[in-house]
Design a protein around this ligand. Structure first.
Ligand code: SF4
Length: 430
């Protein structure tokens, strides 16, 4: 492995020799490893300063339950930052330290959390558009550093920054790469990938680009809902209208996708942060329709690619919901897929509010939150009894992109709304 010298720092990496249409696995990109022990020591201290919370850590020690007077606060057993997000943030912080004088860019957002993204902006890390390869990418130089977010980036973006010779700090989560391996192998075998995910989500766009295979000849179809699934299943069984199908999935299929050809052999994969029960239902319905058409399931494959962290957070919430609670606050970025699914799970059992941070909790009569159904932030009030003396149980959880300091703020604010001070909280935790 060659060694680059950057100032007086030695950085291990690979020399770039990208060529268009080169199989991604064989490209030696100009990747740099910024994880040096001296750098990581500084990074760990800085990340802790920005995002750690002693209250949350203490509450975790207490198995997530704190009772003060007539108020019980319950925190899910698994919540907040996942390993992939922690790694991505560490690497982004480390990039600034290893390259103090270079321009540093980031493809889109490192994760879906405004607080974390604001910290990176403060470090002078500039976000590049992720929806399309804009002119900003043409202006990159070999001296620039480009950070690839935890969701990964489409192959065209990787080829572009590679061709520019930029230093690449790739924070793509290993669980996302697992999905890429699967859809690439579908493409190699001539199997169309049906991806359960959001067509406009960064991770799904990155995965879709890999589903086209190393020669670009593979195909994919992205479906989000059970209604989409049923529509596709009807087509598989010969009940669809081709023109309508093409119009319905215009933004969610590979170029040249022909439903009469490319639904013959299919393999299901999913965005790592989807709702597991829904993904399983989608797999089952597609398998049933292929079997009904062919008389066997040989033309169907599936692979559960929900990541462990997403699953643990969903399972922990289901566990928490076994005991009665009065209200649930789910903290996270509104564009965070895994957080959205926690809200969906909560909503089935009790009043659930999807909040950005504690500032959304103005009072129990004025809660600013994202409404998944109206797809916008709204303000709601909460039943009066929480304002009174009657016992109340408040649940809190957070998505994989939410730092502990924001969870702490929410916990403190929830107690304050019940008339319990920070001093009382600290005393109860000591
Ligand atoms: S949510 Fe899952 S896939 Fe996404 S970064 Fe975290 S561990 Fe990786």
């Amino acid at each position: 492995m060659p060694i680059f010298l950057i100032g007086n720092l030695s950085v291990f990496g690979y020399i770039t020799s990208a060529m268009p249409q080169t199989p991604e696995s064989s490209i030696k990109r100009n990747r740099v490893n910024v994880r040096r022990p001296d750098v990581m020591e500084l990074v760990t201290a800085e990340v802790a300063k920005h995002y750690k919370s002693s209250i949350v850590e203490r509450l975790r020690d207490l198995h997530g339950e704190l009772v003060i007077g007539n108020t019980t606060l319950r925190l899910a057993q698994e919540f907040g930052f996942c390993y992939g997000v922690e790694r991505a943030i560490d690497l982004a912080y480390a990039s600034r330290k290893v390259f103090p004088d270079n321009r540093i860019f980031l493809i889109g957002e490192i994760i879906h959390n405004p607080e974390v993204n604001r910290q990176l902006v403060d470090m002078g890390i500039v976000s590049l558009p992720w929806q399309e390869l804009s002119a900003d990418y043409d202006n990159l130089t070999a001296e620039d550093v480009v950070i690839v977010p935890a969701f990964g980036a489409p192959t065209a973006f990787m080829d572009k920054i590679d061709a520019k010779g930029c230093y690449i700090v790739d924070t793509t989560c290993g669980d996302v790469m697992k999905v890429w391996r699967r859809v690439r192998s579908y493409a190699k075998d001539g199997i169309t990938s049906i991806i359960h995910g959001k067509a406009g989500h960064e991770e799904t766009r990155a995965t879709a680009s890999r589903a086209m295979g190393e020669n670009g000849q593979g195909h994919y179809l992205i479906i989000l809902t059970l209604a989409h699934t049923d529509y596709v299943c009807r087509y598989i069984q010969g009940q669809g209208n081709r023109e309508e199908f093409l119009a319905t999935f215009a933004e969610a299929m590979s170029p040249g996708f022909d439903p009469d050809v490319h639904l013959t052999r299919v393999g299901v994969a999913n965005q790592t942060t989807m709702l597991k029960s829904e993904t399983e239902e989608i797999q089952q319905r597609i398998k049933t329709s292929i079997t009904a058409r062919d008389g066997h399931a040989e033309n169907f494959q599936m692979f559960d690619t929900i990541c462990g962290a997403t699953q643990e957070r969903q399972d922990a919430l289901f566990d928490m919901l076994r005991k009665p609670m009065d209200v649930l606050f789910v903290v996270g970025g509104y564009n965070s897929s895994n957080t959205t699914h926690l809200v969906e799970i909560g909503e089935q059992s009790l009043p659930t509010f999807f909040i950005r941070n504690a500032e959304c909790l103005k009072s129990l009569e004025e809660i600013v939150h994202y409404d998944l159904h109206e797809k916008k932030e709204i303000t709601s009030s909460y039943p009066q009894f929480l304002l009174g003396e009657a016992p109340a149980v408040i649940g809190v959880t957070a998505g994989a992109s939410c730092p502990n300091n924001l969870i702490e703020d929410t916990i403190v604010k929830a107690f304050l709304m019940r008339g319990i001070s920070l001093e009382q909280i600290q005393a109860a935790l000591s």
